[in-house]
Write a protein that binds this ligand. Structure first.
Ligand SMILES: Cc1cc2nc3c(=O)[nH]c(=O)nc-3n(C[C@H](O)[C@H](O)[C@H](O)COP(=O)(O)OP(=O)(O)OC[C@H]3O[C@@H](n4cnc5c(N)ncnc54)[C@H](O)[C@@H]3O)c2cc1C
Length: 372
């Protein structure tokens, strides 16, 4: 008999959502988090947008779990007073050549279950007088959320059902036993091990390291992560009136483009850009020398913004499974029975929209455990 029924590695929004979902059925359940508090990495370094599910390949996990998660999230927010706003979003075409892209997005979004409404330039300007447009799309189901509010809710729910969230606790070993796994942890320089029947790897930027500890060749499996940093610049509060909802340009082949992000306090930010980090060196500083390039991107949609209006704000790092230049890949959520690792579930490359999708991801993972 294992010491623990289920161990979740990683106390980000995904690990906490899974713990909240499974704690009523698995006891003891541990969440192991290396930092002093849960949710200190990617889960608190993002745009806090409840995505509608527009951009993802129809049928992909990203599309399905985003649309399902979006609706679950609104219900959770309303039932449990998690701070959020159904703020909506406009995708604006800034020149006639971009209008065909609106048609394509409308088709893909509709297929995914993300309703979109065509807007004439006059309608866009009635809603957002300061933006450049020849026409746009309105996404009524896009919103914003407090990521910390959501994680506090998952954390509270998991604890209420008996889960133990262990902080300052880094997983350094994972070994398959005849039944379950031996999990080795490091706490304040001390190593110790325990056994767990199930292990769920939700370690964000280290999910490939954890998979490798279990003996998986991450290059063969396609699990190797490439870190892609996204930085933001902010406007002064006096310029908050420039937009009242999220505003995106039409996407390019490789990125959604720098867009207008609004937080729950009404503050306007622009970002994120996309910069692959060689050697996976984590540095969350925002390079002030990017200001002019940011301002140029912003002026595509808000022409009145000047370079000097922008100040470096925050950044986050996307755990991508594709190297620079390759097309976007889907989430990987795998029960590793076929690799001879039953009762190990890996969540790999949980980049955007995993915050939005978190409640649906938790249900998806729970189904693996139900059918096992
Ligand atoms: C710039 C940017 C903008 C984004 N915007 C949005 C958005 O608007 N909407 C949206 O839906 N999504 C967005 N995302 C994506 C979203 O933030 C992530 O998909 C989500 O936060 C991933 O959560 P996670 O729990 O998988 O990862 P994390 O938050 O990284 O959590 C993983 C946890 O595992 C812990 N850990 C790692 N290794 C170990 C170990 N060995 N032992 C113990 N603990 C360990 C880490 O400390 C961390 O706390 C954005 C991402 C970025 C980078």
């Amino acid at each position: 008999m294992a010491d623990v029924a289920l161990t979740v590695i990683g106390g980000g929004v995904v690990g906490l959502a899974i713990a909240a979902e499974l704690a009523p059925r698995f006891s003891p359940l541990f969440v192991l988090e290396r930092n002093a508090k849960y949710g200190q990495e990617t889960s608190s370094r993002n745009s806090e947008v409840i995505h509608a599910g527009i951009y993802y390949a129809p049928g992909s996990l990203k599309a399905r779990l985003c649309v399902e998660g979006r609706e679950m999230l609104y219900r959770l927010c309303e039932a449990h007073d998690i701070p959020h706003r159904r703020i909506t979003k406009i995708i604006t075409a800034t020149k006639p050549e971009e209008e065909s892209e609106l048609e394509r997005l409308h088709k893909v979004g509709t297929e995914n279950g993300a309703p979109l409404e065509f807007l004439s330039a006059a309608r866009v300007h009635a809603l957002e007088p300061h933006i450049t447009t020849v026409g746009g799309l309105l996404s009524p189901t896009t919103g914003i959320i407090s990521a910390h509010g959501l994680m506090d809710f998952y954390h509270h729910t998991a604890r209420h059902h008996g889960a133990e969230v262990q902080l300052h606790c880094r997983v350094v070993g994972l070994e398959r036993l005849s039944a379950g796994y031996s999990v080795t942890i490091e706490e304040e320089g001390q190593r110790s091990s325990f056994t767990s029947e199930w292990v769920i790897n939700a370690a964000g930027l280290e999910c490939d390291t954890i998979a490798a500890l279990a003996g998986i060749d991450v290059d063969v499996a396609g699990y190797r992560l490439h870190y892609c940093k996204g930085s933001y610049f902010a406007l002064p509060g006096s310029m908050n009136g420039l937009a009242s909802r999220l505003v995106y340009p039409v996407p390019t082949k490789h990125s959604l483009g720098v867009h207008v992000v609004i937080d729950l306090g009404g503050r306007l930010k622009f970002g994120p850009d996309a910069e692959y980090l060689p050697n996976r060196e984590i540095n969350y500083d925002v390079d002030p020398s990017k200001r002019h390039a940011f301002a140029e991107s912003v002026r595509r949609i808000l022409p009145s913004v000047k370079d000097e209006d922008l100040t470096p704000d925050m950044s986050g790092i996307r755990p991508k499974t594709q190297p620079p230049g390759d097309p976007a890949r889907d989430f990987i959520i795998a029960h590793e029975t076929d690799r001879g690792l039953p009762c190990l579930i890996n969540l790999i490359g949980m980049e955007s929209p995993a915050l939005t999708a978190s409640p649906a991801i938790a249900k998806y993972v729970a189904n693996f455990l139900k059918s096992a």
